[in-house]
Structures are given as C-alpha cells and as structure tokens.
Design a protein around this ligand. Structure first.
Ligand code: SF4
Length: 276
C-alpha cells in the first residue's frame, strides 16, 4: 500500500531516472533508490541506477525496464488506484515504445484498477500516445508535474493527450505558476515540498492556483503546505505537522481534497491534437 494520499498502491515497471528540472532537485525516488541500492535484496536492481557525486547520491543515468514486475497488477484482485512509476518516469527517453505498449496492455487487461501516470516529459507521452497507442483506456489518468511558471508549457502538451482524466501535480510547488490555460484539464494536486531541504512554498501561490482551478472548473486536491510554508504575512509559519499535511492547520479556503469526476464508459477527449 502507498503512503501517498491520492493513491492506494504503487507499481514500478521502470527503475532509474534523470533530473530534468528544478522540481527534481530533492527527488524522493533518487534517495529511495540509493537506499535500495545498499540493500542485499534490491542491490542488483537498483545498484547501477545511482552514483555518488561529492558524497551525495544522484541518478547515474541508467534507466531499466523491469519485466519482473510487469504483470504484478494481474495478481491484485481488489480494485486499486495505482500510481505507476512512483520511482521513475515512464516517459523517460530510454524507456522503449514497445515497453510502454506492454504497460498499456496490462492496464487494459486489468480494468478493475485505476492507473495514475505522472510525467515530467508530457511531450513524449503525447507523441507515443498519438503515434503508437490507438486506444484510450477509461481506467487510465494521465498527468504532468508543474513546479513553477518555467515548466507551465507542460500543460499544453498534456492537453493534447487523449485520456480519461488529465491531471496536473503542482508539487513541489516552488514558485508562482502565473497565468495558465486549464481548459481540458480535470484535476489538480497542489503541495509544498517536504523533507529537510524543502524550499519555501507561499500561501499566495497555492491560493492563486486554487482560484485558477475554480474559474477553470478543475477539481482540486490540496495535499500539503510543505515543510517550509510561508503564510499570509509573507513570513515562515511553524506548523505542528512537519510536512504541513494536517488540514486543521490550513487557511479555511485551502481545505479541499476533491477527486476528479469520472463518468464510467466515457472518455474525455482533448479539443486539439487528437487524430481519429
Ligand atoms: S522525473 Fe521524477 S523520478 Fe525523475 S528525477 Fe525528476 S522527480 Fe525524480
């Protein structure tokens, strides 16, 4: 089972990744892969995916397709919400189109589950889906991460992806996102960074996103305010919960944890870019 608030379980058919933008700096998966690389049972899988630079563990650039866990969802009989690749990015350039097609086959053949795929490489996701996967699965939600305005262009690529649900993870939110077009987007997760090196997250950034989502009709799940939360006085606010995940400590206007509206047997098509 997963500790992530918006999912039930994780499934990691890809191992290893590479830092792409500022949102990756304190990558949880990189630290976890380093821990797994040091354990006897998981060393052979994770060992070459990380290396040390100035004493710090970082991705080595090795990305592997893990056939051994590809069929895992078949064994889960009860329906679950499954976060695909919490430890990597399914659309990393080194993951083959053929392997991604195999992942799609598993998701298609296990319709009892709902799959959530989050990528920082939505352009590749769009190109593969439009070029090589000719079926939209109603049980697959596709999303991209946007940590600040510098990467808000990812939303435009996501909009062109045919999907049952298109979602954005504004986490770790480390800067203002600014004006964004949220048309054809169904769900947004918002969260400040956690951990000892957490960068500041301002309440104004969260409330601006909350407002944009309300205007755009996008459902919102505020996950946490982060470990370095800056309140309305523009001053750090000390919260009892280390990662700011306790709703009772939040401003009332941010207390929202909605999930997307999903109509069974219906697929929400993008208004642009989809080839029939
Ligand atoms: S894309 Fe995701 S898994 Fe890969 S380095 Fe960035 S945060 Fe980590």
């Amino acid at each position: 089972m997963s500790k992530i608030e918006w999912t039930d379980a994780t499934w990691n058919p890809v191992v290893g990744c590479e830092v792409l933008s500022a949102g990756c700096t304190n990558c949880y998966a990189m630290a976890m892969a380093n821990r797994l690389a040091g354990m006897k049972a998981t060393k052979s899988l994770y060992g070459d995916t990380v290396k040390k630079v100035n004493g710090k563990a970082v991705w080595s650039g090795v990305v592997k397709e893990n056939q051994a866990v590809l069929n895992k969802p078949y064994r889960w009989r009860k329906p679950r919400k499954i976060f695909v690749n919490s430890m990597s990015d399914l659309f990393h350039e080194d993951v083959s189109t053929h392997f991604i097609q195999q992942v799609w086959r598993v998701m298609k053949e296990t319709p009892q589950h709902t799959y959530q795929i989050l990528t920082k490489r939505p352009e590749r996701m769009r190109d593969i889906l439009l070029g090589f996967i000719d079926e939209v699965l109603p049980n697959v939600w596709l999303g991209t991460s946007v940590e600040n305005h510098k990467v808000s262009h990812r939303i435009d690529a996501l909009r062109q992806v045919p999907a049952a649900v298109r979602f954005i993870s504004f986490e770790p939110l480390i800067g203002a996102v600014g004006q964004i077009d949220l048309s054809d987007i169904h769900w947004a997760i918002i969260g400040g960074e956690s951990g000892p090196n957490a960068r500041p997250c301002k309440v104004f950034w969260i409330s601006a996103l909350r407002r944009s989502c309300r205007i755009g009709g996008v459902r919102v799940f505020v996950k946490q305010l982060g470990a370095n939360y800056i309140g309305y006085e523009n001053q750090p606010v000390k919260l009892k919960c280390k990662k700011g995940a306790k709703m009772s400590e939040w401003p009332a206007s941010l207390r929202v944890q909605d999930t997307p509206r999903v109509r069974s047997n219906s697929v929400l098509m993008p208004s642009v870019g989809f080839k029939e």
